[in-house]
Design a binder for this molecule. Structure first.
Ligand code: NAD
Length: 417
């Protein structure tokens, strides 16, 4: 059973561990562990039956030393102040690690969107955009999709901002549809960076991708696309899951056919000719690569003890508790951290923002090539730091690089007021 761990505490623990290898004061460290600004707001929205409902929403602006705040908006019943703070912090160090000129941000609404109609979700998104208007903008803070939000919500957000400001400003959000100023390759970007990270890691560890067995927890945007792209590289996707449960076929699933099944039926369960597993069983399968791609705290200490994969690549943000991280480090399981593996999303969001500013549309090939270069460079820097500085884990190496970059920017900016 997964223990309840506060994600903001997990984030702060990760920073403390890396800070031990850096030259920074207690004051500097504390500044790097807290958001600069946090908004909590109550959205009042009329439902289809005429009744009024209120929803709690948050936006955290974590660190602006390297550029405008940037990060997704999540619609989920478990959204909390501390979850949003943690997610915004992970964004800040993710942007620094892949050297994208943004700071970190994140937002969320405490809501189960499945209980609301499309009209109601539009009103809710527009209400949130209206609340956020003074804080966001292409040079201030740029939201994007996250769990249970996508192009539709980003289009509504952009339209609300543009109407209120009376401007054309597609760069106020990323992850829009192509017609509304989105980028080629953005939908696939997170899954693509997971695949690229896997490819680099397998190469580094001298493991064959061809025929490698892969299990994916969370068959949504990040997980399903990672599975499909890994299958294209020759990997064998043996098990996938969503909140309805897991399916298993040792001979390999057809990743795209499972996606089609999920689109048709709403879940991966009942996919023909497969064995049903629990999510716990998926996480402890003896596979070459395990990809947690659902939510935080999916793997706790107990599950980590039972985990049989050789490599874990974090597609989700914060899927391992700090205790699970320690167990896997002791057991020499390679963990490729979220702030590298899922950085494709924010990297192509950055490309989208650049295209919006240029009023110029890049080809999908260009987007994918530029993303590949970013992930390859970040992976190379990560391995250099890990080996040259003899750091205990790849996560610590990632934070050592990222924190140093944020510190350097803060130092160059100077202090004001
Ligand atoms: P999504 O809503 O498209 O997919 C999430 C999937 O996880 C769904 O299929 C859901 O059923 C499944 N799920 C939820 N709880 C589960 C559980 N307990 N066990 C198994 N499956 C479960 O969301 P997404 O955009 O793919 O995001 C997934 C993770 O990736 C999140 O941590 C998110 O922050 C991270 N991420 C996403 C992006 C992006 O661009 N979409 C970018 C970076 C990071």
């Amino acid at each position: 059973m997964t223990e309840t761990v506060n994600p903001f505490e997990s984030f702060r623990t990760q920073l403390d561990e890396a800070a031990g290898f850096l030259d920074l004061s207690d004051g500097e460290l504390e500044r790097l562990k807290q958001p600069e600004r946090m908004l909590e707001t109550t959205l009042s929205v009329e439902r289809d039956d005429g009744s009024l409902t209120t929803l709690t929403a948050f936006r955290s602006q974590f660190n602006g030393d390297r550029g405008p705040y940037k990060g997704g908006i999540r619609y989920h019943p478990n959204v909390s102040r501390d979850e949003v703070k943690a997610l915004s912090g992970w964004m800040a160090y993710k942007c620094a690690l892949v050297d994208v000129p943004f700071g970190g941000g994140k937002g969320g609404i405490v809501i189960d969107p499945h209980n609301y109609s499309e009209t109601e979700l539009e009103s809710i998104t527009r209400a949130f955009a209206t609340e956020l208007r003074p804080l966001v903008g292409p040079d201030r803070d740029i939201p994007a999709p996250d769990v249970n939000t996508g192009q539709r919500e980003m289009n509504w957000f952009k339209d609300t901002y543009e109407q209120l400001e009376d401007v054309t400003a597609p760069g106020v959000v990323t992850g829009k549809s192509l017609d509304a100023g989105g980028s080629e390759g953005r939908v696939e970007a997170t899954g693509r960076s997971v695949m690229l990270t896997a490819r680099e890691a397998f190469d580094y560890l001298d493991i064959e991708m061809d025929g490698a067995s892969v299990a994916v927890q969370g068959y949504g945007n990040a997980g399903a696309i990672a599975a499909s792209l890994l299958e294209d590289c020759g990997a064998n996707i043996v098990s996938v899951s969503d909140s309805s449960g897991a399916i298993y076929d040792p001979n390999g699933l057809d990743a795209d056919a499972v996606s089609d099944h999920k689109t048709e039926t709403g879940c991966v369960a009942d996919y023909p000719s497969t064995k049903e597993l629990t999510n716990e069983e998926l996480l402890t399968l003896d596979v070459d690569l395990l990809i947690p791609a659902a939510l935080e705290n999916a793997i706790d200490e107990e599950t980590a003890e039972e985990l049989a994969a050789d490599i874990v690549i974090e597609a989700a943000n914060g899927p391992l508790t700090p205790a699970a991280d320690d167990v896997l480090a002791d057991r020499d399981v390679y963990v490729l951290p979220d702030i590298l593996a899922n950085a494709g999303g924010v990297t192509v969001s950055y490309f989208e923002w650049v295209q919006n500013r240029q009023r110029f549309h890049w080809t999908e090939e260009r987007v994918n090539d530029e993303l590949e270069a970013v992930i390859e460079n970040a992976f190379g820097a990560l391995i250099d730091a890990y080996e040259d500085r003899d750091l205990p884990t790849l996560r610590t190496a990632a934070y050592v690089i990222a924190i140093q970059r944020v510190l350097d920017a803060a130092e160059k900016n100077g202090r004001f007021p």
